[in-house]
Design a binder for this molecule. Structure first.
Ligand code: AMP
Length: 394
């Protein structure tokens, strides 16, 4: 399945409906990491250079079909305006805008309020999504899909809307797909994958699908405790998804049969409680005290993981190794980031949260081969799934 690129779309001088992923992390109304806005600039600038007017559709968080001022895109429109050095108009109204969008002149940009304030955007009922898409389609002449972080969603502005107008993928989506293709079709070996983050349930399918392609998988983060529990280890109060222990056991067996090395931590930083101020204690992975929880991988494990990936020519990383938001438990994630930036081959950091984590820890985008803006989307691609937002752009 090939996606249509901008080179295959006649868009010069037209009014473009541009679906972006501007789902940035916010704290008390302020944007804490504008990576996704910056990642959208390439396509926006190209459209402006070609005398387009642009109607931007995007979402923020999960308002579940209700208006929630904390999830307004207004601060995002302001930040985009600053980054572009030109006005970005903002409309709180989402529906009934055909007349006003018709008045946009070449070079003008209008961003609509969080599309997920409407429950039809994410509705499970196809007709409801279709109806919203019909309305949105009246706002422009062509559709450009550039919201990579949302392409795994069958949502009105991602899926149905694309099919109603001449369409193509924007530069960001095209670049993301190019990288993911490389990771799945012809990666240089050895190929290493580092997985972390909170839940093992989010990563099971990707591990399973990658077993035929990779040489080593290193696992940290909250998800690792389900693996340690599956090996019969005592994990204390650590995060565990008990129902997945049998699946994890099966995965470990499959990995062995396929000669894929699964690296699990041998030392763990633990604490009595999940708190910023909790002191960290180092223990062996099979000696986690019953009243403590693992919140980061230990230094020996970090070194082992770093050493394993240093031999690789392709590395994909998704998910922090520990609770990086707490200074006492950020070292594992930092060590992996440090190891990754030394690698000469292709390095990909997958996911808005992982990307935000490495930036928060003081690393710069340029130090990595490629930073993907979509965590869920890139994982689903690596699982081998067809992503609705890409199918719609093909
Ligand atoms: P994800 O969204 O699945 O990538 O998970 C990211 C989150 O996992 C971060 O907010 C981390 O704080 C959290 N996390 C990482 N390691 C642990 C751990 N050992 N226990 C609990 N949460 C963790």
């Amino acid at each position: 399945m090939e996606i249509r690129t901008l080179a295959q779309l006649s868009f010069a001088g037209k009014q473009v409906i541009l679906r972006c992923d501007l789902n940035v992390p916010m704290k008390s109304g302020a944007i804490t990491d504008d990576g996704r806005i910056r990642a959208s600039l390439g396509t926006i600038k190209l459209l402006l250079e070609n005398n387009c007017s642009i109607v931007i559709i995007a979402h923020l968080g999960r308002p579940k079909g209700e208006i929630n001022q904390e999830l307004s895109l207004e601060p995002v429109a302001q930040r985009l305006g600053i980054l572009l050095g030109r006005e970005v108009k903002f409309s709180r109204q989402i529906l009934g805008l055909q007349a006003s969008t018709n008045l946009l002149k070449p070079g003008e940009i209008l961003m609509l309020e969080n599309i997920r304030f409407l429950d039809s955007e994410t509705s499970k009922v196809e007709q409801e999504r279709e109806q919203l898409a019909q309305e949105l389609a009246t706002y422009g002449e062509v559709y450009v899909g550039d919201g990579f972080g949302a392409v795994h969603r069958k949502h009105a502005s991602v899926f149905e809307l694309a099919s109603l107008l001449p369409h193509a993928a924007g530069r960001l989506v095209a670049a993301e797909v190019e990288v993911l293709k490389k990771l799945t079709q012809n990666p240089d070996r050895p190929y290493g994958v580092i997985l972390g983050g909170a839940k093992v349930s989010d990563k099971i399918a990707v591990i399973s699908n990658l077993l035929d392609k990779v040489d080593v998988i290193a696992i940290g983060g909250g998800m690792v405790f389900t693996f340690l529990a599956a090996q019969g280890k005592q994990v204390g109060k650590s995060l565990v998804q008990i129902d997945l222990i049998p699946t994890v056991k099966e995965l470990l067996d499959q990995a062995e049969q396929k000669n894929v090395e699964i690296l699990l931590p041998t030392d763990i930083m633990v604490a009595r409680e999940f708190s910023e101020s909790a002191p960290a204690t180092l223990v062996q992975a099979d000696q986690i005290p019953i009243d403590q929880m693992g919140l980061d991988i230990g230094p020996v494990s970090s070194a082992t993981f770093a050493n394993a990936i240093s031999r690789c020519k392709t590395v994909f990383w998704n998910g922090p190794m520990g609770v990086f938001e707490f200074a006492n438990f950020a070292n594992g994630t930092k060590s992996i980031a440090r190891a990754l930036i030394e690698i000469k081959g292709m390095t990909v950091v997958g996911g808005g949260d992982s990307a935000a984590a490495v930036r928060e820890l003081g690393f710069r985008d340029k130090q990595f081969g490629y930073i993907s803006t979509g965590g869920g989307a890139s994982l689903e691609y690596l699982e081998g799934k067809q992503l609705p937002g890409l199918v719609a752009l093909s």
